[in-house]
Design a protein around this ligand. Structure first.
Ligand SMILES: C[S@@+](CC[C@H](N)C(=O)[O-])C[C@H]1O[C@@H](n2cnc3c(N)ncnc32)[C@H](O)[C@@H]1O
Length: 244
């Protein structure tokens, strides 16, 4: 994405991390809320398709079989951005259902647009913090897989606390995955890749499905942004772990 959330974090840092906000039990979030510009096409998709494909956040377990109208393997994607990868994977795997979680409104509109254009019946969207979605709306041991692609790297050391992949979050994530289910992560930030490998390897409930980093599974398409990075000689690291 063009926008660098770390800039917003610099601006938001004072209130978010101050002692006063700690007293109000505000947790450190992996994103900064920003008012993105929603294009007319995205807005139309939100108005027309939102009621069918967006699941409103509510702090209680959702009946996902009822939401999808079937019982199929279920994959949660956290931070789908503009949703291009989500749509491509959902189209390639029609037998699986995908719950995409994203806080950024233009991204929600963009994915809804793709859902409409490609007639995807197996995607639902939640526009909310994934941490709260996992805590409240997803039952323990209910997911077949989790996708987290290119999460914000929070590259400045003082922002590392905002990174999603930390031990506590990973235990929450793993608790929602069925035994044998998978976590698939990718990043183009080497230092974050190393953190991911360390944190996932240290979780007693997980086992690495590869030897260290994994080859990119075929179902994950190479994104435009990733292709450009690869051309510039940047690396991309995939990680594939299974719940024991
Ligand atoms: C760097 S972008 C990557 C987007 C996409 N996965 C891709 O590969 O292009 C990370 C996305 O994660 C979203 N995000 C970060 N923390 C989140 C959270 N706790 N819950 C939901 N979305 C989150 C951000 O809004 C942002 O769109």
């Amino acid at each position: 994405m063009n926008h660098d959330p770390q800039d917003d974090a610099n601006a938001a840092e004072q209130p978010a991390d101050s002692e006063a906000s700690t007293l109000h039990h505000r947790r450190i979030r992996s994103f900064v809320t920003r008012a993105g510009r929603v294009s007319p096409g995205q807005q139309r998709a939100i108005d027309e398709l939102g009621p069918r494909f967006v699941v409103p956040y509510s702090p209680e377990l959702a009946d996902w079989d009822a939401v999808f109208g079937r019982n199929a393997p279920r994959v949660l994607e956290i931070g789908f951005g503009m949703g291009a990868t989500t749509a491509e994977i959902a189209a390639a795997r029609p037998g699986d259902d995908f719950i995409g979680v994203e806080v950024h409104e233009p991204g929600v509109g963009a994915l809804l647009k793709l859902i409409g254009e490609q007639q995807l019946g197996n995607v639902r969207i939640l526009q909310h913090d994934a941490v709260e979605v996992l805590e409240h709306m997803i039952a323990p041991a209910s997911l077949d897989g989790v996708h987290i692609y290119f999460p914000d790297p929070w590259h400045k050391a003082r922002h590392h606390k905002r990174r999603l992949i930390q031990p506590k979050f990973v235990s929450l994530l793993v608790s929602r995955v069925k035994p044998g289910g998978y976590l698939h992560l990718a990043t183009d930030w080497q230092n974050y890749a190393e953190q991911m490998l360390e944190v996932l390897s240290a979780d007693a409930e997980l086992e690495n499905a590869a030897d260290g980093y994994a080859p990119r599974p075929e179902y994950r398409p190479v994104t435009k942004f990733e292709r450009r990075g690869l051309r510039l000689g940047h690396g991309v690291w995939d990680l594939l772990f299974r719940r024991k």
